[in-house]
Ligand binder design. Sequence first.
Ligand code: PRP
Length: 207
Amino acid sequence: MDKMLNIALPKGRLGEKVYAMFETAGFECPSIREPGRKLIFENEAAGVRYFWVKPSDVAIYVERGAADIGVAGKDILLEYEPDVYELHDLGIGKCRMAVAAKKDFRDNRARTLRVATKFANIALKYYNSIGRDIDIIHLNGSIELAPILGLSDVIVDIVETGATLKENDLVVYEEIVPISARLIANKAAYRFKTDAVNELVQKIKNL
Ligand code: PRP
């Protein structure tokens, strides 16, 4: 069996922060900091192999066992509901999932609400929980345009600093759930590599 711990990191700014945490916790892999476009790095001595993965794909790699553990946003876990263990809240990558709309928006409950989002499942679950009929308009980015152009009444999206909303004259209408980066594990890998995974989680918790 592969003795190394295979770790999927979200490519980008969050991933850099996550790697820095892992490094400080004793799971360093110096080659990862070298410039270039390589996606796999390993340090046999530390027992770790890292992959740079598109953030929204981390949970797929972990669920299917291509990675033993990984770091994914709670938004992705809520949206895709992957069959993985959620081991720890890393307390970074903090933002919130919110409903936003134009300042003058008033909800008319007599009409179906048009909701533009990348997070259809989160939006459906939320509106279902409050008994509101909606029509999902699934977009892949620049969600903020939808209410401005009249494509939707509201959006369900991630708000971090609020700058994107502000610069597009939108406001938070309702908050749905706080989001942060979570350490997740493949269920079978957690059984076979329990000690290694628990040691890593403990060291990260002790930072
Ligand atoms: C997210 C989100 C908003 C923005 C919010 O997009 O969709 O557009 O960040 O951040 P703010 O409140 O700090 O302005 P992201 O940059 O993750 O990329 P995306 O457009 O691919 O969704």
